[in-house]
Design a protein around this ligand. Structure first.
Ligand code: BDR
Ligand code: CA
Length: 327
């Protein structure tokens, strides 16, 4: 068997972030991924809360030994979070039902420093999975120019190309939250992998799917957590019209893990991607030139087609496998 894929997860949990993290933990247990560190970010909720949330989920899954960085706070980033979807604790009000996290925010390193240190320690080996606003990655690149080229690959959930945005008519949350950071990251190398709303808006995780996972080991606290988190997200997603009225929530961030471990579920296109950082009506829009003329200097691979049924099926099977580990 080949060596497990080393990853750093840059995340702002966040309900769908938690599903992506649980998927990673299942793949760690299967020997496919090595989780080098988690770098939390400001986004869905503030930096302190995303840190606490990640720590609690790591505790719940017996992964409290994983290092967590605390999010860099940007002065230029948007201040509007997405607690209306994910809950003020980033996990649907369930924080009080979990044991307290073991990591200490006050003494934790900042996420940009964790990224710099790990990429320097393992040049060319670590995949950065970025499922939050890109503030931490951009801060690392600004502090240590060229450092992002030391990653094996950078995989970003973000952007909206041929579909509307989800925070404005044009902007997707992770890009719109910190447009300057996104532009820095997209210009840091020529092979950024982007999983945009175009495909993630097809990933509707339903209550039936959560129930199927729960049944595998209904007595374990993780099973109840998955079920209740799903219930919360389904409610808010309906209220905020994320799923075209269908009962379910969008597991946007999980698309990054599908790309890494189940690439047959996605079709990507080479493109030169830019972020609109100024526009009065279009700030945060991700753009590539769709005309039929020659393009030079592409910087990205953008996923525009997904086999949603198979992606959700493998996610469900891996979450079931994870629960079986705790039997
Ligand atoms: C992205 O925004 C956040 O609210 C989600 O966690 C996801 O990373 C989707 O636009
Ligand atoms: Ca996220």
């Amino acid at each position: 068997m080949s060596n497990p894929l080393k990853i750093i997860l840059d995340t702002d949990p966040g309900g769908d972030d938690i599903f992506a993290l649980l998927w990673i933990i299942s793949l760690v247990k299967q020997g496919l991924i090595e989780l080098v560190a988690i770098t939390t970010a400001e986004g869905n909720v503030n930096a302190n809360t995303t840190f606490t949330c990640a720590s609690q989920v790591l505790g719940l899954t017996e992964f409290a030994h994983i290092e967590i960085g605390k999010g860099v706070t940007s002065t230029t980033a948007n201040s509007e979070d997405a607690a209306y979807i994910h809950g003020v604790d980033g996990m649907g009000g369930l924080a009080a039902t979990l044991p307290p996290g073991k990591h200490e925010y006050a003494t934790a390193p900042t996420s940009d420093d964790v990224i710099i240190d790990k990429l320097k320690a393992y040049p060319g080996e670590i995949t950065l999975v970025a499922i939050a606003p890109l503030t931490n990655l951009a801060a690392a690149e600004t502090k240590s120019p060229g450092i992002l080229k030391q990653a094996k690959e950078i995989v970003v959930m973000g952007g909206a190309f041929q579909v509307p945005g989800n925070v404005t008519s044009q902007a997707e949350f992770n890009i719109g939250f910190d447009v300057d950071a996104a532009q820095i990251v997209f210009h840091s190398r020529n092979d950024i992998v982007i999983l945009p709303l175009d495909i993630t808006s097809q990933l509707i995780f339903s209550p039936e799917m959560a129930q199927e996972i729960y049944q595998v080991n209904a007595h374990h606290q993780l099973a109840k957590f998955i079920l209740e988190l799903n219930n919360f997200l389904v409610e808010t997603s309906l209220i905020y019209r994320q799923t075209e009225g269908k009962k379910g929530f969008l597991v946007h961030d999980a698309a990054t893990i599908a790309y890494l471990c189940y690439p047959k579920t996605l079709l990507l296109q080479r493109a030169k991607v830019e972020v609109e950082t100024q526009g009065k009506f279009t700030k945060g829009k991700t753009i590539f030139d769709q005309r039929h003329n020659a393009k030079i200097n592409p910087n990205a691979w953008v996923a525009l087609q997904v086999d949603a049924a198979n992606l959700l099926a493998v996610l469900i099977e891996d979450l079931k496998a994870l629960l079986l580990h705790y039997n």
